[in-house]
Design a protein around this ligand. Sequence first.
Ligand code: MN
Ligand code: MN
Ligand code: ZN
Length: 290
Amino acid sequence: MSELLAGAHMSIAGGVHRAFKRGQLAGCRTIQIFLKNSNQWKAKTLTDLDSALFKDAQKQSGIQPVVAHDSYLINLASPDKSLWHKSLEAFIGEMKRANFLGIPYLVMHPGAHVGTGIEVGIKRISEALKSALETVEPPVSVLLENTAGQGSSIGHCFEHLAAIMEKIPYPDRVGVCLDTCHVFAAGYDIRTEEGYKSTMRNFDCLVGIKKIRAFHVNDSKKELGSHVDRHAHIGQGCIGLEAFRCLVNDRRFAKVPKILETPKGPELEEDIMNLATLKSLLVKRAADER
Ligand code: MN
Ligand code: MN
Ligand code: ZN
């Protein structure tokens, strides 16, 4: 296995445990999955058999950790009371599913304020997360994903993430999943080593580098500051290879899972290609340096 803790988002079609075979096929050391159909509110209840098959398949694959991503319908910043409650209920359901499968992280999009303003949106998000964390017991923790800043979505500025986290009294159970495409589309220029370093310094000051528990490793089809979320293959978008070279060689993140969410077909050749690109960027180190 590669020394790079990298993988890709995998389909759960046919059962949650099926994601591991797909991950193995693509050479993943880590994977991300949805816990249910990401475009529907409804979810089939996971059975003890689902959980047993999942844990068994994970053990056999050696894939670790698994990261879960929440449904796209959930909006914990919604000004619509009934949608906010529906979202909170669904989010709690996803946290419980993660615990049931032994998945340590649930990545979530903070939400969209729909014209009501970032500040109240942030208040609603932290209120929802506080309530969810009080309802669902550990070990599952929540990872806020930074966003590209499309529409009224919150989380494209590192300050937003810091403000949300500040209002939640359970710091050990809230981290960040940093998406490279979103970072760039939001206006942080990571294309050079200098830009990468200053962006990370900025993040460290505002949120704390240790809060990063996962990366979404995507190049961007759209330009710097476009606020448009379109993922490209590694090195084939507007970000380019240098940012990814910096990331995979950043020893602070050696144990942080790096997950592709790049376009792909059923044969997963694109994942194989992108993982090979990432590995090719690794600078070989002497064993005693590690
Ligand atoms: Mn996402
Ligand atoms: Mn992402
Ligand atoms: Zn995206």
